[in-house]
Design a protein around this ligand. Sequence first.
Ligand code: GTP
Ligand code: MG
Length: 178
Amino acid sequence: GLPPSADADAPVHKTILLGDSGVGKTSLLVQFDTGRFQSGNFSATVGIGFTNKVVSVDNTRVKLQIWDTAGQERFRSVTHAYYRDAHALLLLYDVTNKLSFDNTRAWLGEIREYAQDDVVIMLLGNKADCGGERVVRKEDGERLAREYNVAFMETSAKTGLNVELAFMAVARELKCRQ
Ligand code: GTP
Ligand code: MG
């Protein structure tokens, strides 16, 4: 790869994970960052924090600063302040939770209201490993994504399905614009 100093001035792309509480935002970021999945008791994120990741796209280093937000309603007003200078948004729903899918329309509305017009948006149907409990079909996710003209993938923070691919797709799009 490139020497560490080669991209010292490369821009940092602020990327924010959004979506209802429990859809798997923290789990997705942990899977991407460490390759691990922590099963067991769900502990909702309180507040907001970020993880820096550098990925390689066509031999160019792309710097992502990935913000993990709290999905719970009472933290929303805090989160809104972060939309404005975001370069990319990953909006998650849970394929086993219909309400989380229906709520993505409200999330997309908030995005239109608070984020920049040219923000990169990717819709992710997470928990794709939960075959038996699935209530949202892949086609439903695809149709919604087409309607809002955003990219779409199904992911699993548990098995790692498409996790790297989703972040790489975002990084690729951001690199094209940098
Ligand atoms: P908030 O922080 O409240 O906004 O929630 P969150 O979106 O960060 O959800 P979190 O990552 O904490 O995951 C919620 C629960 O779902 C946890 O018990 C996870 O273990 C589980 N979970 C997350 N992603 C997956 C997945 O892809 N598959 C399965 N089977 N479980 C998952
Ligand atoms: Mg969380």
